[in-house]
Design a protein around this ligand. Structure first.
Ligand code: DC
Length: 211
C-alpha cells in the first residue's frame, strides 16, 4: 500500500508521515530531504543561481550523504525550494522516489507532489494544511525550543514566500490531488493530527474491503 501525504512547509506532514508509517510498519520517505540534500550540495559546492550546478548535484546525488539535522536548517529549506523548480532536478529524483514507493509491505511518502506526480496510484492521499500564521507559530516554537532567537514575522514572511514558489512553479506544483483527503491541522495538536490521518487510512481500507 502507498500512502501519499502532501502539504506546504511546516504543515506537520513530516511528523504525521513518520508516525503513520510507524503505526502500520511501513517505510517512510520525507522527500523534502532529497531536495534539501541537492540544495546542500549546491550551497557547499556550487552556485544557487546556476541551474547546471543543481542538475549535476541531483544526477549524482547520494541521498544518505548528509545528516538529517544539517538538512533541516532554514537556509537549506529555502535553497531546496529554489532548486526544486528546475525540471531536470525533479526528473533526476523521480526514479528513487518511485522505487521507494514500491516498498513492501507499504510506504508512506511525504512532499509536495506525491499524490499528483510521484505516486498518482497511491491508495490513500492526504493533503495536510494549516494557516500560514499557525505554521509560523509552530516553527517559532520549535526554534525557541532549540534555544535559537526567533522573529516570528520573518518566519511568516518566509513561509508565505515558500508557499508562493512551491504552488506557482510550472512543474509538479504543490496542489491537492482531486482524490486527496484534506486534513486541516490548524486547530489540532500533533497527536490529534496523527489520529485523524490514521482515521482517513482506516476509512479508505474499510471502503476498499467492502468494494
Ligand atoms: O518539505 P520541506 O520543507 O522539507 O521541502 C523543502 C523544499 O523542497 C520545498 O520548499 C519544495 C521542495 N520539495 C518539492 O519540490 N517536492 C517535494 N516532493 C518535496 C519538497
Amino acid at each position: 500500500m502507498i500512502i501519499a501525504i502532501d502539504g506546504p512547509a511546516a504543515s506537520g506532514k513530516g511528523t504525521i508521515g513518520k508516525r503513520v508509517a510507524a503505526h502500520y510498519g511501513f517505510r517512510h520517505l520525507d522527500t523534502g530531504l532529497i531536495y534539501r540534500a541537492v540544495a546542500k550540495s549546491v550551497l557547499e559546492d556550487g552556485a544557487l543561481d546556476n541551474p547546471a550546478d543543481a542538475i549535476r548535484a541531483a544526477q549524482s546525488l547520494d541521498p544518505f550523504r548528509f545528516a538529517e539535522d544539517d538538512l533541516k536548517a532554514d537556509e537549506v529549506g529555502k535553497a531546496a525550494s529554489v532548486i526544486s523548480v528546475i525540471p531536470e532536478v525533479r526528473s533526476a529524483l523521480l526514479a528513487f522516489q518511485r522505487d521507494f514507493a514500491k516498498s513492501l509491505p507499504g510506504a508512506v511518502l511525504d512532499g509536495r507532489d506525491i499524490g499528483t506526480v510521484i505516486a498518482p496510484e497511491a491508495e490513500v492521499k492526504i493533503f495536510v494544511t494549516a494557516t500560514p500564521q499557525e505554521r509560523a507559530r509552530r516553527r517559532a516554537l520549535e526554534l525557541k525550543g532549540r534555544g535559537q532567537a526567533v522573529d516570528e514575522q520573518a518566519i511568516l514572511a518566509d513561509i508565505v514566500q515558500r508557499d508562493e514558489r512551491d504552488t506557482n512553479r510550472a512543474v509538479a506544483p504543490l496542489k491537492q490531488a482531486p482524490d486527496a483527503h484534506l486534513l486541516d491541522t490548524t486547530h489540532l495538536d500533533i497527536d490529534a493530527a496523527v489520529r485523524a490521518a490514521i482515521d482517513i487510512v482506516e476509512a479508505v481500507r474499510a471502503g476498499r474491503g467492502r468494494g
